[in-house]
Design a protein around this ligand. Structure first.
Ligand code: 8Y4
Length: 276
């Protein structure tokens, strides 16, 4: 049985799952949209599979700060062919990164295993789609919408507010869908309406989020937070920092790390667990 199935059953893991990021947006912030053709998507999926990813996250809606919304038909046109292309070269479980119920429905019908929603299923109809499919989900916290979220985000107590939001959304989603706690993953949403200070507080108190009793997903790969801490403007100069933070997240109890750089992350997690 693979790590994804073991996590959903609440069985112990030898290490955190590695979710590889396959972005199919033309403006993908970290690779300039190089991976948009069929051939490029397939090569990327093959590489992540060979490098030891446990699952692949496919998204067609750019969530970078300041990004404009993507219309439904555009998102479907980006994402549905990509799901088929990845399927042709990999047996890994797939997740769909979307907030739109129509995209969730189409992706789940195409066999996708998990819905990764940065809007935590708050769109009208999103809970219903997940309930009908009994699909596992990842619920993420964010403050504000992508267009404005990095303009002066403020919290009274960021850790308490994120924990309360995630707990309340998890309870609502479990009640609406019948999913159990292992199938409702939670994510503090690093960088989504958060300053470096907010991100650091969430990281330092990650155990409070782990204690909510759901698998915790951490996504910091190549994000501005890494760049700020290292003084690295270029996303490709943030790889080592991203691997370090993913490893630290796993040591602090995260069950899943969402990453661009699968091979170095897998190596870091494997060697860390071998020596721990
Ligand atoms: C700031 C910097 C804000 C980068 C956004 C970004 C996550 C995610 C993304 C995450 C989960 C990105 C789709 C890529 N980040 N899903 N998605 N957790 N569950 N954006 O952290 O790095 S978008």
């Amino acid at each position: 049985m693979n790590r994804f199935e073991r996590l959903l059953r609440g069985e112990p893991l030898d290490r955190a799952l590695v979710m590889g990021i396959l972005n199919v947006t033309p403006d993908s912030f970290s690779d300039g949209g190089r991976w948009t053709t069929e051939d490029a998507v397939k090569r990327q999926a093959e590489a992540m599979t060979r490098d030891g990813a446990d699952m692949i996250d496919i998204g067609g809606e750019s969530t970078r700060p300041g990004a404009a919304p993507v219309p439904l038909d555009e998102e479907l046109v980006r994402v549905m062919p990509a799901i088929e292309w990845v399927r042709q070269v990999s047996d890994l479980p797939l997740s769909i990164d979307t907030s739109k119920p129509e995209v969730m429905e189409a992706a789940l019908q195409a066999g996708v295993a998990l819905v990764n929603d940065v809007n935590a299923l708050q769109a009208d109809g999103a809970e219903d789609v997940v309930a009908r499919h009994r699909a596992p989900v990842c619920l993420m916290h964010r403050q504000g919408d992508p267009r404005t979220m990095q303009d002066n985000p403020q919290y009274r107590d960021v850790v308490a507010e994120v924990a309360t939001f995630l707990h309340q959304r998890a309870e609502a989603v479990m009640a609406a869908t019948g999913l159990d706690a292992n199938a409702v993953w939670l994510d503090p949403g690093f960088g989504f309406g958060k300053t470096l200070g907010h991100n650091r507080a969430l990281f330092q108190e990650l155990d409070k989020l782990v204690a909510l009793g759901h698998p915790l997903l951490v996504g910091v790969s190549r994000k501005r937070m890494i760049g700020e801490l290292l003084g690295r403007e270029e996303p490709l100069e943030r790889v080592t920092g991203s691997v370090a933070v993913a490893t630290l997240a796993a040591l602090k109890g995260a069950s899943v790390v969402r990453v661009h750089d699968v091979r170095p992350t897998v190596e870091s997690l494997d060697i860390t667990m071998a020596l721990l």
